[in-house]
Ligand binder design. Structure first.
Ligand code: DAH
Length: 345
């Protein structure tokens, strides 16, 4: 009997070692611990044994039973753990866990506006170009018909880059993207059709409507036979697409040294729709851009013959546009990088 129990123990433990899943484990349990198992039979048969043998065999059989039950429990645990790790490796997850938001970024509202304006002009045949923010005095002023003593310099408070060296030409942070227009007139041959977006700088304290850095887009079209009608047609189309079909647009005379004649374009106020409010200074109109026919002297300086070619130019502030569209009343909100503000656009 003892011999039989020893063999039983060996085969049970060897087989248990080979068990790989719950199903196999159950079969093993039935085989070694079930009602019809050898061990149960042996325990039942104890009564028939002589007393001396019954004692030792009984103790041994009960011990084996406890041993096998413990091994079964152990194996169950091992199987459950390995199942869990297989499940998590396969990508199973607890569907009852609360979700974690995945932060998806987007373009800054100013960048979005620049893209939108450039897209409109691109569809009208304009190419997008960019240029340096640290600029020669020459392209920012001189080449644009604004010499040293010209009063227009005062209207653009300039941040100068001071080299403190003799004979070095003065540099500045460009005060308008029109500096790129001057560069392009010099660098390219007509026909020219360009839009020039970018950052510009003015030496000014910031408040709700001013920032020492803001954005502009300039544009230039030069070819034979370009007239004021082309300027108006192009800018009307831009306003129609950007501000909508029904928004009124108005041109008025204005003065800029680099164009002749010069105009300003205004749209009906987006807050009061033209009836007059605080935003539009009770005029019903909001000035959007400056424009005009390229000054012959500016063309000439850039090496383009004004007797052969003519062109129109325009320049607009970008920051005001999303402010008008969304009713934002402080330009500084764009530059404070507060995500509670920025993520709304
Ligand atoms: N550069 C001017 C400004 O910053 C805007 C401007 C006016 C640009 C007329 C132009 C233009 O190209 O033709 O106020």
């Amino acid at each position: 009997m003892l011999q039989q129990l020893r063999e039983l123990e060996q085969s049970a433990l060897t087989e248990l070692e080979a068990v790989n899943d719950a199903k196999e484990l159950e079969l093993w349990r039935v085989r070694y611990l079930g009602k019809k198992s050898q061990l149960t039979q042996a325990l039942r048969g104890l009564a028939a044994l002589p007393v001396a043998e019954r004692k030792t065999a009984g103790a041994r059989a009960n011990q084996l039973k406890a041993e096998l039950e413990a091994a079964l429990g152990q194996k169950e645990l091992v199987l459950r753990n390995s199942q869990l790790s297989v499940a998590s490796e396969a990508g199973y997850f607890d569907v009852s866990l609360p979700g974690r938001p995945y932060p998806v970024g987007h373009l800054h509202p100013i960048t979005q506006t620049i893209y939108e304006v450039c897209d409109i002009f691109a569809s009208l045949g304009f190419q997008v170009v960019e240029g340096p923010e640290v600029e020669w005095d020459y392209y920012n002023f001189e080449a644009l018909n604004i010499p040293e003593e010209h009063p227009a310099r005062d209207s653009m408070s300039t941040s100068w880059v001071d080299f403190k060296a003799e004979g070095v030409r003065p540099m500045l942070l460009r005060t308008h993207t029109t500096s790129l227009t001057a560069r392009m007139i010099e660098a390219r041959k007509p026909p020219i059709r360009l839009v020039e977006p970018g950052r510009v700088y003015r030496y000014e304290a910031s408040d709700a409507t001013h920032s020492p850095m803001f954005h502009q887009i300039d544009g230039i079209a030069i070819d034979t036979g370009i007239t004021m009608a082309d300027l108006k047609g192009t800018l009307y189309e831009f306003a129609r697409r950007f501000f909508g079909e029904n928004r009124g647009v108005r041109f008025r005379c204005d003065y800029f040294p680099f164009v002749e004649p010069g105009v300003e374009m205004a749209i009906e106020c987006t807050v009061c729709n033209g009836s007059g409010c605080r935003l539009c200074g009770h005029s019903g109109w909001i000035e959007i851009l400056g424009a005009g026919m390229a000054h012959p002297r500016v063309l000439e300086r850039g090496g383009i013959d004004p007797e052969v070619y003519s062109g129109f130019a325009f320049g607009m502030g970008i920051d005001r546009m999303p402010m008008l569209r969304h009713g934002i009343d402080d330009i500084r909100l764009f530059y404070n990088n507060d995500l509670r503000f920025l993520s709304q656009f």
